[in-house]
Structure formats: structure tokens, C-alpha cells
Ligand binder design. Structure first.
Ligand code: NDP
Ligand code: MG
Length: 381
């Protein structure tokens, strides 16, 4: 039995969200190994207060400043950095949604901590800065995203020159078999009905447009140092195979399991070790039945190719793609943009802004802001 003195301190950014809730279930089962030291939320004061009662963490942070909160809580966007760099924290689970998570990821890595990263937008926006911070200060960047966790597991013990190709699987989302015309008119309710995963609303819309897969291709490029022409995407509606790695001898390894984010969250905390009790039910191949695969219908899902091209361009283009997508998804969720307008807005932002410089954090943040303004002013048609 591990004593409490040996427990690793965890900061959970975005504790009130979908990944945050799954992460707390993991921490509950693994309480001999991990202690929740810091928890943050955006504006959901009530949910965070409930978590304080249950977990009694040393630090709580609420990002929105116009919401009433107890005097001892940290406030404002800097509370994410304060949680991530808390002296009793060794591992930061970044489960914030969107570019808002970037400063905390960089601060945690610069403080030499492990970052278990669900917040993929951070890596898309500033991939080279984040990966540099991960190698420079003795910390580690470990993916929570199920596809990247799968690849990390398949790559264990292998050298980079043994890898021929990464293949990310995609569920295909709720519109996998819809015609392009029908998809163009999809409602918010249609787009929020994901077939295999229960997630926050932003990533659920990203899964319906396949922007999520584009973000994941860029994420894989940065995490594993594999060029874009050796990263492929295949549709796999059952979400049992979480991704494949093909090696130079033609051998293909896949990581499989019942869809649950609790396993990749736990693996990100304990990597490279495996520990018992992930909470994931056994995979029963006979009960599950057939596993199927399809090619991506790029004509019906233009956001995938747009994002991969932004990744290939590099510079500020991925930051523009990410920010334009965030702004367009927010507009769609607000009922101020048709589903097809998401890709229109993002394509237009890229046409206008993709060749901006993106070397420094300031340049990337300026590109991010310009893309958000561009989408706000775009007619959407
Ligand atoms: P949710 O919307 O469910 O949760 C987001 C969390 O972040 C909430 O705690 C929210 O607080 C907080 N938050 C939102 N905006 C801000 C902000 N501007 N600043 C600080 N905190 C903020 O999202 P998910 O849990 O679904 O996703 C989180 C991240 O994980 C995303 O990057 C997503 O792409 C990624 N991911 C998610 C998966 C999933 O299964 N859900 C799978 C793989 C990756 P509050 O409750 O107060 O609003
Ligand atoms: Mg994923």
C-alpha cells in the first residue's frame, strides 16, 4: 500500500467539465496514488463549491471574475496558472476547453511538471512552443486524447525510425452517413447527438464537422514528431480501436478497448507504468461484434482537410484555424450560424490570415484574436 506521503499532487484544470468529471472518478479510484491539490472551473461556481466540499483541495480557482465566489478562492485567468504551478502539484490535468488553456500548459511545463493534456487546442495553436517547453525543463507532456494515448501505447519501446505511419481512427460523428446537403442544414440538437462519446458541447460539434480529427492530426504531428504525409485518418464507427501505428516492416499495432476516457486519463497520470483498476469494463469481442472501417468523405466534411492544410502550412495557420473554429462553433451553438457556415468562416479566416507570422507567443495570440474577429464579422454564407 502506498502511504499518503507518497501520493502525487494533481491540479485539475476544468474540473467541472466532461473530462474533469471523468478525471475525478479516476482520482477517486486511485486515491492511494494521487491527491487532488488544485481544482479550477470557468464560471460554474456551484459545481466548484460542491467539489470543494468533497475533495478539500488546497487551491480552488474560478476564471470568470463577475461571478460571486468565496474569498479564499483564486480568481481570474491567472488562477489557471496558479493552480498549474502550485508547489504541491506534480501532475497537471489540463481539461480546459479552447485556447484559454495555453498559459497554464506552458507555465506547468516550465515549472518541470507533467502535463496530462486533454486541451488539444493548446498544442494546435502553439505546438512548437509547447513541445519545446516540454523538453527543456524536465517536465513531460502526455496526451489524454484517446487516439494519442493509443499511439503512445503502441509506440512504447519503439524507436522513431521504426514507424512508417500513424492512423487515427474517427467515429465519423452523427453525420457519418448523411448527405452533404442534409449536413449543411443540421441543427444544434442534431450535431450534439454523438453516437459513441459523451463530451462537452464544443468538442461534440468538432466531432460532427471532423474539425476534431484535424486538431488531432496536428496534435499527433507535434506529440510524436511524425510528418503530415505519414498521418492518416480512417472512419471506424464503433470507437473500439482508438488508433493504429504501422511499422517499417508492415506490422500494424492497434490499441483497443471499450470507449471510456478514464483509461487514457489514468494512463496519462501513470505513463509509462500501467496500474490496475482503470474502471473500464472488459472488451468482449463476440458481444461487440463486427469492427468496420470506411474512408473519410472529404467532400461532406471540409473541416478535416482545411485543418490538415493549416497544419502543413505551419506558422500562425494552425492558430488561425483553431481560433476561427472556436469562434464559429460558438456562433453555431448560439444559433447565429448554419452548420455549413462553420467551414465557410474558417476557410475565409485562413484565406485572409494564414500567412501571418507565428514564431512567438505574441504573434500566435495576435493571429488567434484576428481570427476570432474575422469570424465575428463574417456573413456566414
Ligand atoms: P467541457 O465543456 O465539458 O468542460 C470544459 C471545462 O473547462 C469546464 O470545467 C469549464 O468550466 C472549463 N472552462 C471552459 N472555458 C474555460 C475558460 N475560458 N477558461 C478556463 N476554464 C474554462 O469540455 P470537455 O471536458 O469535453 O473538453 C475539455 C478538453 O478536453 C477540450 O480541449 C476537448 O477537446 C478535450 N477532450 C475532451 C474529450 C471528452 O471526452 N470530453 C475527449 C478528448 C479530448 P465551467 O464548468 O465553469 O464552464
Ligand atoms: Mg480524440
Amino acid at each position: 500500500m502506498v502511504t499518503s506521503a507518497h501520493r502525487m499532487g494533481v491540479a485539475l484544470l476544468g474540473a467541472t467539465g466532461s473530462i474533469g468529471t471523468s478525471a475525478l472518478r479516476v482520482l477517486e479510484r486511485q486515491r492511494d496514488r494521487f491527491a487532488a491539490v488544485a481544482l479550477t472551473a470557468n464560471g460554474n461556481q456551484q459545481a466548484l463549491a460542491q467539489l470543494e466540499d468533497i475533495w478539500s483541495p488546497a487551491y480552488l480557482g474560478l476564471v470568470q471574475e463577475d461571478v460571486e465566489a468565496p474569498a479564499h478562492w483564486g480568481r481570474g485567468p491567472t488562477s489557471l496558472v496558479a493552480a498549474a504551478t502550485h508547489p504541491d502539484v506534480q501532475v497537471v490535468i489540463n481539461a480546459v476547453v479552447g485556447a484559454a488553456g495555453l498559459d497554464a500548459t506552458l507555465a506547468a511545463l516550465r515549472a518541470g511538471k507533467r502535463v496530462a493534456l486533454a486541451n488539444k487546442e493548446t498544442l494546435v495553436m502553439a505546438g512548437h512552443l509547447v513541445t519545446k517547453a516540454a523538453t527543456q525543463f524536465g517536465g513531460a507532456l502526455v496526451p489524454v486524447d484517446s487516439e494519442h494515448s493509443a499511439i503512445l501505447q503502441c509506440l512504447a519501446g519503439r524507436r522513431p525510425d521504426e514507424v512508417r505511419r500513424l492512423v487515427l481512427t474517427a467515429s465519423g460523428g452523427p453525420f457519418r452517413s448523411w448527405s452533404a446537403e442534409r449536413i449543411a442544414e443540421a441543427t444544434v440538437a442534431d450535431a450534439l447527438k454523438h453516437p459513441t462519446w459523451q463530451m462537452g458541447s464544443k468538442i461534440t460539434i468538432d466531432s460532427a464537422t471532423l474539425a476534431n480529427k484535424a486538431l488531432e492530426v496536428i496534435e499527433a504531428h507535434h506529440l510524436f514528431g511524425v510528418p503530415y504525409d505519414r498521418i492518416d485518418v480512417v472512419v471506424h464507427p464503433q470507437s473500439i480501436i482508438h488508433s493504429f501505428v504501422e511499422f517499417v516492416d508492415g506490422s500494424v499495432l492497434a490499441q483497443m478497448g471499450v470507449p471510456s476516457m478514464e483509461l487514457p486519463i489514468l494512463y496519462a497520470l501513470t505513463w509509462p507504468e500501467r496500474v490496475p483498476d482503470s474502471g473500464v469494463p472488459s472488451y468482449d469481442p463476440v458481444a461487440q461484434g463486427a469492427l468496420t472501417f470506411e474512408a473519410v468523405r472529404h467532400d461532406a466534411f471540409p473541416m478535416l482537410q482545411l485543418g490538415i492544410e493549416a497544419g502543413r502550412l505551419g506558422g500562425a495557420a494552425p492558430a488561425v484555424y483553431n481560433a476561427a473554429n472556436e469562434a464559429a462553433v460558438a456562433r453555431f451553438l448560439d444559433g447565429r450560424l448554419r452548420f455549413a457556415g462553420i467551414a465557410r468562416c474558417v476557410a475565409s479566416a485562413l484565406e485572409t490570415l494564414a500567412d501571418r507570422p507565428g514564431h512567438t507567443l505574441d504573434e500566435l495570440q495576435a493571429a488567434d484574436q484576428a481570427a476570432r474577429l474575422h469570424v465575428q464579422d463574417h456573413p456566414g454564407e
